[in-house]
Design a protein around this ligand. Sequence first.
Ligand code: SF4
Length: 450
Amino acid sequence: MSASLAGLKVFVRTFGCQMNESDSEHITGVLVQAGASRASGPEDADIVVVNTCAVRQKSEEKLYSYLGRLSRLKKKRPFILGLAGCVAQVRQAGLIEKLPFVDFVAGPDSTLDLPEIVGRAAEAPVVRTDFGRDWREIGAGATCRETPWSAFIPVMEGCDNFCAYCIVPFSRGREKFRPLPNILGEVRAAVEAGALELQILGQNVNSYRDPQSGIGFAGLLDAVTAAPGIEWVRFITSHPKNFGDDIIRAMAASPKVCPALHLPLQSGSTRVLERMNRGYTREDYLALVGRLKRSVPGLLLMTDVIVGFPGETEEDFEATCTLLREVGFSGIFSFRYSPRPLSAGAAIADDVPLEVKRRRLIALQSLQKTIQTEIYRSFVGQDLRILGTGPSPKGAGRFSGRTSGNLVVNFDASSDPSGRFVTVRITGSGPYSLHGALHKGADSDIIHRP
Ligand code: SF4
C-alpha cells in the first residue's frame, strides 16, 4: 500500500559517500513521486530522512549529535523522522530503543517502500532492513538530482571482500549488480536531462558483472562511453585486486573516461594488507599503478589510507609513507583505525595507542601535503578544461569547477559557469586547489542543455 504524501514537505540530510548521495536523490525522488514536495530544511519539513554513514566511529558520532538537534526541534514542531542508510542497516531496531523520537528505520534496500513506511510511521515506529534492492524500479523518474549536469549512476551495491576493518559487507550486504539495460536506460535519461558528466558508483564498482549477459566492468565502461552527449565518465570505488587489463584498455580507449582514478591502498605494508584481508601485496599495488600510468596519459590517482590498524609497527607505517612518495597521489583520504561492529577487526585487540595513531596520521597528512603541492604546482601556466560547479567558497566573483583529473579550480568569471565547460588559465596553486582566470576560448559556449 503506497501512501499519498500530498501536501507534505520532505527534507533529506545525507552523511557519507557518493553512494549515499545517490541514494538520497532516489529517496527524495520516491517521496516526491508519492506527492511530497521538497523542504529547504528540517525547520519546515513534515518528513525528515537522515541518510546515515557507518564507515567510521566518527561518522556515527556526528550522526548522534545531529539527531540531538533534531529531537529538540521535534519537541517544538512535530514531524516524521526516519533513519536510512548504513547505520540504519547495522543498528536496526536498536536505534528505536536508543532514540525513541525516531519514527522509522529503513535500510539502503528499502528506498522504494518509503512512502508506505512513512504512512505507517505516523501511527507506530517502523523498522524495515531486509536486503534485496529492486534495481528494476530505479529509473529517471525516481531521482531528484542535485546537479543535473553531473549524474550519479549506481551500478552495483554491497561487497563480498570482508576487509577486516570494514562494515560495508554488513551495511550493504552481498554484491548485487544492476542489469546493464537498466543502467543504459538511466544514462540516456540523465543525458536527456542535461548530464555532461557521469559518475558510475559501486562499493566495488570494478567487480561489476551484468546479471543477464555476464558482461564485466570493461564492457560496461565501453557501453556507457558510447552514449551520445556524454563528455566525461568517472567511476568509484575500485578494488585493486579486481583491476584487470581489460579495464585499463577500456579506460585508455575512450577520451571520455577521465584520467582520474580512486584506488584505495589502505596500507603500504604487505604484512598489514594481509592482516586487513585486502587480497593484494605492496608489489601488486605498485605493479598495477605502473600499468595504469603507462596506459592512461596524465592519470591522477587518489587513494584511502588507514593508520594504526592493529599490529601496525613503525616499519609498517614507514612502508605506507614510502609508497606515497613512490606513487605521488594527487589526493588521499586518511583515517585513524577505529574498530567497526560486525567486522573481523572488532575481534582483534586495538593495540596501537591513540596518541601513536594521531602522530602517524599527522605525519602522513603532512607528507601528502608536500607531495600534493608539487603535483598541483605542475599545472601552473596551463589552460585547463573545467566543468563549472558553482560559486567558490573563496569569495565574491569567484567560481569553482573540476578538471578531468578531478582537481578543484577556483577562478574569476563574470557569470556562474555551473554545468558548463570553460577553459581556465591556471595562474597559481595550493596544496588542495588550483586558481586562475577564465580564458576566452572555444569551450565557453558549450552551455548546459536544455
Ligand atoms: S572492498 Fe573492503 S573496504 Fe571496500 S567495501 Fe568491501 S570490505 Fe569494505
